[in-house]
Design a protein around this ligand. Structure first.
Ligand SMILES: Nc1ncnc2c1ncn2[C@@H]1O[C@H](COP(=O)(O)OP(=O)(O)O)[C@@H](O)[C@H]1O
Ligand SMILES: [Mg+2]
Length: 246
């Protein structure tokens, strides 16, 4: 089914919105009817246990081929995203920083960044990137895949900013990193928030995500079971225990 053909309602007023989005990997029904909104400049934490469908939801938003969105609508600034391919969504300003970072082998840090910039709708200049990511400036001539995990994460985020960003999707930016490095990446991400970049962050480290986020949703078996303020969730121990095991 082509999701574009089932759009009958007008675009929502919100900056970014999902309306009843369903997505499958082949026969596997994973994203089971998600509706949410993100205001301009807001950071939304998308939380939930392992396997809840967080990555799949981000991939559906970024319009990757898998999972296939079979029903529902995705809107960014009044523009229908659901009929788009991933390259079109990226051109429209939706930038996904994937869990596995996808640094391109055989290329330096700077070449990875320049490659991102050559696509239409360029974002930050190298100078601005290096201002925000001094470690990348130091390592600009080093091959990207030889960076430490934390530096690769910085490069993955920087590469997203090298494109025009209207909605930044961060999939577990703190995963697998030492606490001191997590703090460094957190600092960078908080700086990005201060610039007013609308963001959805997925994190197992829910407390760190909630420190950053304005609002939060919890996903469980592909459905939203909580929508509220980050503060509300930080204060609701039973909810956190039930769905996040923290
Ligand atoms: N490529 C895939 N093919 C089939 N099933 C998948 C694929 N990727 C993820 N899944 C399944 O979809 C469900 C949600 O996965 P995922 O979105 O990665 O969860 P989370 O990011 O919340 O840990 C899991 O049951 C997972 O096994
Ligand atoms: Mg995931």
């Amino acid at each position: 089914m082509n999701a574009a053909q089932i759009t009958t309602r007008p675009a929502p007023d919100s900056f970014f919105a999902l309306r009843d989005v369903h997505a499958y990997y082949g026969e596997s029904y994973i994203v089971q009817g998600i509706t949410l909104e993100v205001k301009k400049g807001e950071v939304l934490a998308l939380l939930g246990r392992n396997g809840a469908g967080k990555t799949s939801t981000l991939r559906a938003i970024a319009r990757t081929d898998d999972p296939a969105v079979t029903h529902g609508e995705i809107w960014l600034e009044g523009q229908a995203v659901h009929p788009m391919k991933s390259w079109q969504a990226s051109q429209a300003g939706i930038q996904l920083v994937p869990e596995d970072r996808r640094i391109i082998a055989g290329m330096t840090v700077e070449e990875n960044l320049i490659l991102a910039q050559v696509a239409p709708n360029k974002g930050w200049e190298l100078e601005q990137i290096y201002d925000h990511f001094p470690r990348l400036a130091e390592r600009r001539q080093q091959e990207g895949v030889t960076l430490s995990g934390g530096e690769q994460q910085m490069l993955a985020v920087a590469r997203a900013l090298a494109r025009e960003v209207k909605l930044l999707l961060l999939d577990e930016p703190y995963e697998g990193l030492a606490p001191v490095i997590v703090r460094e990446i957190e600092h960078i991400v908080h700086g990005i928030k201060e610039l007013g970049i609308t963001t959805i962050i997925v994190e197992q480290n829910a407390v760190a995500a909630l420190r950053l986020a304005d609002r939060a949703v919890i996903l469980d078996s592909g459905e939203l079971v909580f929508t509220g303020s980050a503060q509300e969730l930080l204060e609701d121990e039973s909810l956190r225990y039930r769905y996040l095991a923290i």
